[in-house]
Design a protein around this ligand. Structure first.
Ligand code: UTP
Length: 293
């Protein structure tokens, strides 16, 4: 089966949950400790064997493109100042993968954003990683994208990540109707975008990691605007489930919804605690602060 070599990162949303910070700064560039959100996402894709990253960008998103580009002046200065450790960090980012970007001229929905990437993806399987969801795998564990890519490569079927959410939270996610195959793998029957609690077919939610066959593009092209007038990826996924088939897989990584204020702060605290430079100091501070609460 074809290898998953390309990944699409939709990053053209308006980020309204994070206003006013996201008025001129893309939310994908907000930092978790010392790295922008998008770098964690690109690193996850690269660990899964992805060689080409396609960023679907909107207006005000130049910062993302610049971040992966060469910065001669900065590099020159770091080199002259002998700051080789920082220079290495900067050079590593540029060499992680080939990073391309394409515009979504209007935020017409996640499905539309994925369709915008078609000219750069072509006719091959590809991963989709949402630009505001961070998934951290243990050092020796597989990343979510790696799990999904392996499922595609072994079965030839598009595979998406799912996680169980409390009943009250189904309204925030795409929810899948599934039939179990084994403990971790399910066959998707259909997908409903942000259902009411009483209409949800299950508590299995889509946290924003997918590997798709290129057939999804034709389905997206024929998808009419759905919930909130947006072209919904979930509607095309139902089409895929009912034609070529769609698998869903649980995953082991820790997940943070970094596009949400609370999720963003949780990611900063947990990843800050693991950071070699500030971890100990942050732990001492949190323990001391907790006494005062
Ligand atoms: P979200 O709905 O979480 O992002 O979309 P948003 O619209 O930017 O954020 P809020 O809800 O207003 O705060 C999930 C992902 O899909 C992208 C977003 O950038 C985000 O990474 N997206 C969404 C697009 O690229 N284009 C769209 O038209 C919609």
């Amino acid at each position: 089966m074809a290898k998953v070599r390309k990944a699409v990162i939709p990053a053209a949303g308006l980020g309204t949950r994070f206003l006013p910070a996201t008025k001129s700064v893309p939310k994908e560039m907000l930092p978790i400790v010392d790295k922008p959100i998008i770098l964690y996402i690109v690193e996850e894709a690269v660990r899964a064997g992805v060689e080409e990253i396609i960023i679907v960008a909107g207006r005000n998103k130049h910062g993302i493109e610049d971040f992966f580009d060469v910065s001669y002046e900065l590099q020159d200065k770091l080199e002259k100042d002998g700051k080789t450790d920082l220079l290495e960090i900067i050079l590593r980012i540029q060499s992680l993968a080939t990073v391309l970007s394409i515009r979504q001229k209007q935020a017409l929905g996640l499905g539309h954003a994925v369709l915008c990437a078609k000219p750069l993806v072509g006719n091959e399987p590809f991963a989709v990683l949402l630009g505001d969801e961070i998934m951290i795998a243990d050092a020796n564990a597989k990343t979510v994208t790696q799990q999904l890519a392996e499922s595609y490569e072994n079965t030839g079927k598009s595979t998406v990540a799912i996680m169980k959410v409390p009943n009250a939270e189904v309204v925030k996610y795409g929810i899948v109707d599934v039939k179990p195959i084994n403990e971790t793998t399910f066959a998707v029957q259909s997908v409903v975008e942000k259902p009411k609690v009483e209409d949800a077919p299950s508590q299995w939610a889509l946290p924003g990691r997918y590997v798709f066959d290129a057939a999804i593009f034709d389905l997206l092209k024929n998808t009419r605007p759905g919930k909130n007038g947006e072209i919904q990826l979930t509607d095309a996924m139902t089409g895929l489930a009912q034609t070529k088939g769609l698998l869903a897989s649980t995953f082991t990584s820790r997940r943070y919804d970094a596009g949400d204020k609370l999720g963003f702060l949780q990611a900063n605290i947990e990843l800050g605690l693991q950071h070699p430079e500030i971890g100990d100091g942050l732990r001492r501070y949190l323990l001391e602060y907790a006494q005062r609460l």
